[in-house]
Design a protein around this ligand. Structure first.
Ligand code: BES
Ligand code: MN
Ligand code: ZN
Length: 500
């Protein structure tokens, strides 16, 4: 989708396939628009007078306008102006997306001409995320039923607004949300196709497009590097594991940040097998990987003044004759030995090698991992926020801020030493599980053993990666792309804070 920001005095709405979107605070009549034609304004005003629409939060009203130079007007209710934060705007954008799809609109004018206080970015984000669908495996509909998506959005601002600045930030929102949709697509793809090799191919594609470096380690190389925790998880599968590394290099003296994403392309639990009922959902166990790769996709295109390393350990956790057993002891990349008491706690094992390797080889100034790591985190926070765990409060604060900005909320848990005690091994240095209570935190405490002194943060996205209900721009039956927008924003913020 293309976005263009124009001033209301230099714009003529002449496009018969287009729709004029007018945001409206609750009961804030008359409609504040500098571009709506008078006839339509009168009709809308009398509809409003009759109480047909009133600007309630997340309400929409679509008026076909066959006599105007545009196809229709969409009044987008924002609720009370006091409560209208960026997430309300994003969710309204999600509501608008459904209406635009229904009326097969290809071009929208987002009319902010009467609203000096509204920014277009969250509304655009809601529209792009909201129009995402996943139909690749379905029978193709007849030509006239193939959904039409928005191709162009023209943001109409008040003449005082800084159009150039808005153009840049709007473009960034579009790019980031298209990447988020890319992550949703990777995750939704069936696990017989979305294998570790397929993830590596996707990463190679990003490198080819952007000119950045991509390295993919295969089992032989992992063996010689001593990545036995990652190899152990993959042993039960016919799909060989991969360790995928993408590098955006800016300069030797710039800050380096590393993003690491759990890429378990299917998690049966292994020998400690999962119950059958929801097991199919474990194709989403690579949502951390999808988020990291797709955040990197935007970063590689923007080439910000910072070095960024994206790392994805990719493996499939299966049962099988060669599968890892409960009781097995493996030595990780950093030399620590791990007793595997539960083969279903595999995410932390593959992340352990990936993070120890990343810290050792790239010496990042900060490392952030994202993973569908524990059912315990889902139980703690539900689907409304991801868990945040860190050994460095400034890093955690930056991520909390980024999450708030993007509407990808985080909630921080402590990682006290008491929790680290709970994952000590009996026969080895560490055990891959702790007690059931506090399971999300002991998982984080385990990861902490593999980053040394590097400032590190872990996002447990088990609750937010899929199955989110009640958010208009998401759909509960598919992946959310959680983390793409947050990580992209966070990385770009790092560049900004360097300048201070
Ligand atoms: N991928 C799962 C975590 C998960 C479960 C995410 C349900 C989303 C929904 C992870 O590999 C796992 O199986 N974790 C175990 C850890 C336990 C054995 C200590 C869990 O949470 O049950
Ligand atoms: Mn598991
Ligand atoms: Zn898993």
């Amino acid at each position: 989708m293309n976005v263009n920001v124009v001033s209301s005095d230099s714009c003529t709405l002449a496009d018969e396939e287009s729709c004029l979107i007018i945001p409206l605070y609750k009961k804030a009549f008359p409609l504040n628009s500098c571009v709506l034609n008078e006839g339509d304004e009168d009709i809308l005003q009398s509809l409003a007078d009759k109480g047909i629409f009133d600007g309630s939060a997340l309400s929409t009203y679509y008026l076909p306008t066959p006599k105007s130079a545009y196809k229709g007007v969409l009044v987008l209710g924002l609720g009370d102006s006091d409560g209208c934060d960026s997430e309300v705007l994003r969710r309204s954008g999600g509501k608008a997306a459904a209406v635009l799809t229904e009326h097969r609109i290809t071009h929208a004018w987002l009319d902010l001409s009467g609203h000096g206080d509204l920014t277009p970015e969250p509304i655009l984000e809601g529209i792009i995320l909201g129009q995402y669908d996943f139909t690749v495996y379905k029978k193709a509909p007849e030509a006239e039923k193939v959904p039409v998506k928005l191709q162009q959005c023209t943001v109409v601002t008040h003449s005082d607004a800084d159009q150039d600045a808005l153009q840049l930030t709007s473009k960034l929102s579009v790019l980031t949300c298209l990447s988020a949709n890319g992550a949703r697509h990777l995750a939704n793809t069936a696990p017989n196709e979305m294998t570790p090799i397929a993830l590596a191919e996707f990463a190679r594609g990003i490198a080819d497009e952007s000119g950045c470096k991509c390295t993919v380690l295969e089992p032989k190389q992992m063996e010689s590097l001593g990545m036995n925790a990652l190899l152990g998880v993959a042993r039960g599968s016919a799909q060989p594991p991969r360790l995928i590394v993408l590098e955006h290099h800016h300069s030797d003296d710039a800050r380096t940040v590393a993003l690491v994403g759990k890429g378990v392309t299917f998690d049966t639990g292994g020998i400690s097998i999962k119950p059958a009922a929801q097991m199919h959902e474990m194709k989403y166990d690579m949502c951390g990987a999808a988020a990291v790769l797709c955040a990197f996709m935007t970063i590689a295109e923007l080439k910000p003044a910072i070095n960024v390393i994206a790392v994805v350990p990719a493996a499939e956790n299966m049962t099988g004759a060669a599968a890892q057993r409960p009781g097995d002891i493996v030595k990780a990349y950093n030399g620590k030995t791990v007793e595997v008491h539960n083969t279903d706690a595999e995410g932390r094992l593959i992340l352990a090698d990936a993070m120890a390797y990343t810290v050792d080889k790239y010496k990042p100034d900060a490392i952030v991992d994202t993973a569908t790591l524990t059912g315990a985190c889902l139980i703690a926070l539900g689907h409304c926020a991801a868990g945040l765990f860190s050994n460095d409060q400034p890093l955690a604060d930056g991520l909390l801020e980024a999450g708030q900005h993007c509407g990808e909320r985080l909630w921080q848990f402590p990682v006290w030493e008491d929790y680290e005690k709970q994952i000590e091994g009996t026969h080895a240095d560490l055990c891959n599980i702790g007690p059931r209570e506090g399971g999300a935190i002991t998982a984080a405490a385990f990861l902490k053993q593999f980053v040394g002194d590097t400032p590190w943060a872990h996002l447990d996205i088990a609750g937010t990666a899929w199955g989110v209900k009640g958010v208009p721009y998401l759909d509960p039956d598919h992946a959310t792309g959680f983390g793409v927008r947050l990580l992209t924003h966070w990385v770009l913020q790092q560049v900004e804070s360097e300048k201070d």
